[in-house]
Design a protein around this ligand. Structure first.
Ligand code: ADP
Ligand code: ZN
Ligand code: MG
Length: 484
């Protein structure tokens, strides 16, 4: 039997750290990267006699995510204690949800190849607090930083609906897009603001029963999730092929070696002894609360994508790139709003500048679009000047480079450097005539039928005018003179 006779079954558990200013049950700040053990108080350390108080924003964010993922929002939810003992958990339990999670029975549609979409079920979304961090990679003993204790998370649990690592990758990309659009999580996987545990099993095709699953943890990028899943799927198929059994266990992904290794089984043998947290009252969510959250719902990526295609006649490819991040989409829309001539040609031009020039800068310099000195105002003015013919596309590239450095507006750069496009026909004609005279060989060959040489002539005219000649006029005049 071969690989094709098996089918993987995958379910994902995604933790998203919520962008609240303070922790879930106390008023300590959630700032990332603070001095270790400085953002703590008696409540998040679990001292006896103190009481947690629920941060309402945590609930608001969880409801928002539930609505964005088509979940049913519970009218009443409770918190539960999840008990386990680990150095980074001073309380000895984590406040989480077990029964009555805040959101249930939702779904998301992921786009597969050739426009086909697949619906992925969302089992539940629940709120919980984060644990601290043990730091092992030092020459000393293990150190513990409890700053993260009590930082609010939502856990988004999917149904076992994925049948490939590629589908899992698409779903994670979409989850990240949604949480960042909603502004409830920064989506940063390297900093651990978004974490994914992947549950995977394999079964023979046609089989309806699931195989035994394993859980793979410790991936710090979507690519690593994809690789870890591929590794684990192959490992399980090989086991089954050899007639051995898959053991129910947790594995840790090692991104350097590209393998997943079992965690010590002792840590894996959990009995969390969940019970309702007696310090926190059940919370009722009425229609008014839900409606108020619904009113704050921004336009979601899928809706924005189709609107961009419809309103701006953009190709699907452009719309996908522009809407991949909310800031980029906003940048595009703000630029377009500042255009003098709101037409399809200029919309596409705006898209091209963002997709090529701005995204390149973002990638090369690891900056966000809002951190670049070329703002929407700069870009719109640049395009306005191109579309009125004041500057050529080539000069515009130089102005762009200049703007990146200085942050000056196109107007200032154009007048400072005298970059206005040369559109005077008589002046261009004089230059063209001179260049034809200076290049008799090329002129003859052109006239004998080697018409590709037009490029050579255009280049010469551009050189002579230091790139300032209007290319449309240059072409027109060159053709009329050469074809004489
Ligand atoms: P556990 O009790 O081990 O936490 P759950 O039933 O809560 O398991 O499911 C956890 C995750 O594992 C969910 O995302 C779910 O879709 C997925 N899952 C459950 N059973 C399987 C299976 N046999 N193969 C792959 N994924 C599974
Ligand atoms: Zn605290
Ligand atoms: Mg579970």
């Amino acid at each position: 039997m071969s690989l094709e006779n098996y089918e993987p079954v995958i379910g994902l558990e995604v933790h998203a750290q919520l962008l609240t200013k303070t922790k879930a049950f106390c008023s300590c700040p959630t700032t990332f990267g603070s001095t270790p053990n400085s953002n703590v108080c008696t409540i998040c350390l679990g001292m006896p006699g103190v009481l947690p108080v629920l941060n309402k924003q945590v609930v608001d964010f969880a409801i928002l995510m539930g609505l964005a993922t088509n979940c049913k929002i519970s009218n009443r939810f409770v918190f539960a204690r999840k008990n386990y003992f680990y150095p980074d958990l001073p309380k000895g339990y984590q406040i989480s949800q077990y029964e009555n999670p805040i959101c249930e029975n939702g779904y998301l549609d992921i786009e597969l190849e050739n426009g086909i979409s697949k619906r992925i079920g969302i089992t539940r979304i629940h709120m919980e607090e984060d644990a601290g961090k043990s730091i092992h990679d030092l020459d000393v003993d293990t150190l513990v930083d409890v700053n993260r204790c009590g930082v609010p998370l939502i856990e988004i649990v999917s149904d076992p609906d994925f049948c490939s690592s590629k589908e899992a990758f698409k779903y994670l990309t979409l989850i990240k897009q949604i949480v960042t659009y909603l502004g409830i999580c920064n989506g940063n996987m390297e900093e651990g603001s978004l974490r994914c545990d992947a549950n995977v099993s394999v079964r023979k095709k046609g089989e309806s029963k699931f195989g035994t699953k394993t859980e793979v943890k410790n991936m710090n990028s979507f690519r690593n999730v994809e690789r870890a899943l591929e590794f684990e799927i192959n490992r399980q198929i090989e086991l089954v092929e050899k007639g051995e059994k898959v053991i129910h266990q947790t594995l840790l992904w090692d991104a350097n070696k590209n393998i997943a290794l079992p965690m010590r089984s002792k840590e894996d043998a959990h009995d969390y002894r969940y019970f309702p947290d007696p310090d926190l009252v059940p919370v009722l969510v009425d229609e008014i609360w839900k409606n108020n959250i619904e009113k704050t719902m921004p336009e979601l990526p899928v809706a924005k994508l189709s609107r961009f295609i419809k309103d701006f006649s953009l190709p699907n490819y452009d719309a996908e790139i522009l809407t991949s991040e909310r800031e980029t989409a906003d940048y595009f829309e703000n630029s377009v709003n500042l255009l003098q001539d709101k037409n399809v040609e200029n919309y596409k031009l705006t898209s091209n500048w963002i997709m090529t020039d701005l995204l390149r800068v973002m990638k090369d310099e690891h900056v966000k679009i809002g951190e670049i000195k070329v703002t929407q105002k700069h870009l719109a003015e640049l395009i306005n000047n191109i579309s009125t013919g004041l500057i050529s596309g080539k000069i515009a590239k130089d102005i762009f480079t200049e703007m990146l450095q200085s942050g000056e507006m196109p107007k200032e750069i154009i007048s400072k450097k005298g970059l206005t496009q040369l559109s005077d026909e008589t002046e261009i004609e004089n230059i063209v005539v001179k260049i034809i005279e200076q290049n008799p060989d090329e002129t003859n060959r052109y006239r004998e039928g080697k018409v590709q040489l037009i490029g050579f002539f255009v280049g010469e005219v551009m050189k002579a005018t230091r790139g300032k000649a209007n290319p449309k006029i240059v072409n027109k005049i060159l053709e009329s003179k050469l074809n004489k």
